[in-house]
Design a protein around this ligand. Structure first.
Ligand SMILES: *[C@@H]1O[C@H](CO)[C@@H](O)[C@H](O)[C@H]1NC(C)=O
Ligand SMILES: *[C@@H]1O[C@H](CO)[C@@H](O)[C@H](O)[C@H]1NC(C)=O
Length: 589
């Protein structure tokens, strides 16, 4: 059993200041609740303090992948004396430092009183070895190491060394988790020494948010990104448009959002997007736009003549959910419109990867449109599935050419699994050196192994574990929605790419939790995403060899952390289970 020593500030004032009769002690690596006895007040330990030295991995989420050595001694910090120095810095580092300070100070400001000035100053040094890397790519090294030790002037000194900004901000995030709030003494405390080496197992760790089915406010998007930063997720995949609404204000095609937004206010202006992209970047998150086509288009395109089957009925014959809509890919003008939209997106998002959607194209829609079947007949094409796949391939080639015209170079393109990714079509239309495939079918779909065997790189969003909109009421009829039941965090956690891809796991870039918003808007986005998306975050960062059971008590700690950062994360269990570690699961670890 570990021995816990409270350093340096024992004194009568703290005894009288104790605000609760409960203390925690470390028994068998678990924090156990215990009454504070008379005369033992000095030794009383708060729950957060106990978790720091007693719990496995010190409550860190996601758990570090390299060496971890954290002292059992906690020392108090003075939150008004935090200095952050960086040599060979990146301009983003200054922003991250500011965020770090604000987070610490907010933890104290929300507490009852603030007799905190007798703690130790905190001095943080950030060393970047490749400070010029300020754009996140699939090759970015997000590692860091952190050394925390007292210096000779009595300060707590922390050195964070990382190749670039992204690693260093993860290091600051970990440091923030090492600093706990002791509610018995109203103090921030930190281990007296710590050594952590850490890097993620997968380069792509994402959340998809759909802002077309329902509009999501800029504030709610920022909160989502805050939760991602706290959990070391790095990709905000913005499914910004669909057939339901077109909230994206395109500089060069403003009529699309004019006609397609739910209201003049339910749009994302150039300024909104700039704000979100900056907000995300300083939190280590890339914003990757998706312009889904040639299906999943509709509202907004009415005046262009490029969309067919718009709100076709019965919708079940032409699309997967109302309203239907699909591009007439034979219209030359469509590609000019796409080039404009891509150009606007490239300017605003500066993407290192681009998502072209490309799912759920209904051939029945094209097959029932005379202008299209005439166009195909003129080329001597038939009307079989393979011919419509060819038509889709024609669209894809032309669309990509227009995209690359705007990026000035080839960048990786992500597409969803679809008819086009079937074995008989994919090599012809979606070459593996250009395309990354995002899986949305189940984790046991044989297509996964087929694609891996063909050499494709994949991102996993298998709906049976990572669609966080599942498990609510139906909306096109009664009963439950199509992908019910609700997916618990345990299933999300155990959805390990290694288990899905086996020996070909090196071709898995990572995973992405998807939140489609048919039944979600700004009022509920937090509770749908959190804390479940953070369960995936650990699977991707730490590649745990153990199941959710090992993670349970730490996950409850992380959920509290998310709430503290202003995210309305769902409650997972009675708070009693947080205070009585490992007592709730039926089969204890
Ligand atoms: C942290 O960096 C400073 C400045 O380079 C150095 O003097 C100090 O020894 C380092 N601390 C540790 C614990 O490595
Ligand atoms: C397209 O329509 C024709 C005529 O109705 C039909 O023979 C053909 O099977 C259809 N193609 C597909 C892929 O459904």
């Amino acid at each position: 059993m570990k021995i816990f020593i409270l350093f340096c500030f024992l004194g009568i004032e703290y005894i009288s200041a104790l605000s609760s009769p409960w203390s925690w002690e470390c028994k068998n690596e678990r924090c156990t609740k215990k009454e504070i006895l008379k005369g033992e007040e000095e030794k009383a330990v708060s729950l957060e303090a106990c978790q720091m030295y007693c719990s496995r991995n010190s409550g860190l989420w996601p758990k570090p992948t390299g060496k971890v050595d954290i002292s059992n001694n906690l020392v108090p910090l003075n939150p008004s004396q935090i200095e952050i120095n960086s040599r060979r810095t990146s301009p983003l580092t200054a922003k991250a430092a500011k965020l770090f300070k604000e987070d610490l100070i907010s933890r104290i400001a929300t507490t009852r009183d603030s007799a905190n000035n007798d703690g130790k100053p905190l001095s943080i040094n950030i060393f970047l070895t490749e400070p010029d890397t300020d754009k996140l790519t699939l090759e970015t090294d997000e590692s860091y190491n952190l050394i925390l030790a007292p210096d000779d002037k009595g300060k707590v000194q922390v050195n964070i060394t990382a190749p670039n900004f992204y690693g260093s901000r993860h290091g600051l995030e970990t440091l923030g988790q090492l600093i706990i709030y002791d509610d018995l003494r109203n103090k921030l405390m930190v281990p007296s020494t710590a050594y952590i080496v850490d890097k993620p197992a997968y380069p792509y760790r994402g959340i998809l948010l759909d802002t077309s089915r329902n509009y999501i406010s800029v504030d709610a998007i920022k909160k989502t990104i805050n939760g991602m930063a706290a959990s070391k997720l790095n990709t905000f995949h913005w499914h910004i448009t669909d057939s339901h609404s077109f909230p994206y204000v395109s500089k060069s095609r403003p009529e699309l959002s004019l006609y397609g937004a739910y209201s003049p206010k339910k749009v994302y202006t150039e300024k909104d997007i700039e704000e979100i992209v900056d907000f995300a970047k300083s939190r280590g998150v890339r914003v990757m736009p998706e312009f889904d086509a040639p299906a999943h288009v509709g509202e907004g395109w009415q005046k262009t003549g490029y969309v067919i089957c718009l709100n076709a009925q019965p919708w079940g014959s032409y699309c997967v959910e109302p309203p239907c809509g699909q591009f007439d890919v034979t219209k030359d003008g469509l590609y000019d419109a796409l080039e404009d939209i891509y150009g606007d997106m490239v300017d605003q998002f500066d993407p290192d990867i681009f998502h072209m959607g490309g799912d759920e194209v209904h051939f029945t829609c094209w097959n029932n449109t005379k202008s299209i079947t005439d166009w195909m007949a003129k080329k001597g094409w038939g009307r079989e599935e393979k011919d419509f796949a060819k038509l889709w391939g024609y669209f894809q080639d032309n669309a990509v050419e227009r995209l690359f015209k705007k990026t000035n170079k080839n960048i990786p393109i992500i597409m969803w699994t679809s008819t086009l990714t079937k074995k008989e079509h994919i090599a012809k239309y979606l070459p593996k050196d250009k395309y990354i495939i995002q899986i949305w079918t189940t984790g046991s779909d044989p297509q996964i192994d087929e694609l891996l065997s063909e050499g494709y790189k994949l991102i996993l969003s298998n709906y049976d574990a990572l669609y966080l909109d599942c498990g609510f009421a139906g909306w096109v009829t009664d009963g439950n929605n199509w992908c019910s039941p609700y997916i618990g965090w345990q299933k999300v956690y155990d959805n390990n790419p290694r288990k899905i891809a086996g020996s070909k796991v090196s071709q898995i870039l990572g995973s992405e939790a998807a939140l489609w918003t048919e039944q979600v808007d700004s009022t509920s986005v937090d509770s749908r995403l959190w804390p479940r998306a953070a369960a995936m975050a650990e699977t991707l960062w730490s590649d745990p060899q153990t199941s959710w059971r090992e993670a349970e008590s730490r996950f409850l700690i992380h959920r509290e952390r998310l709430v503290r950062r202003g995210i309305d994360a769902d409650a997972l269990e009675p708070e009693w289970c947080l205070q009585n570690e490992n007592e709730c699961p039926i089969n204890k670890v």
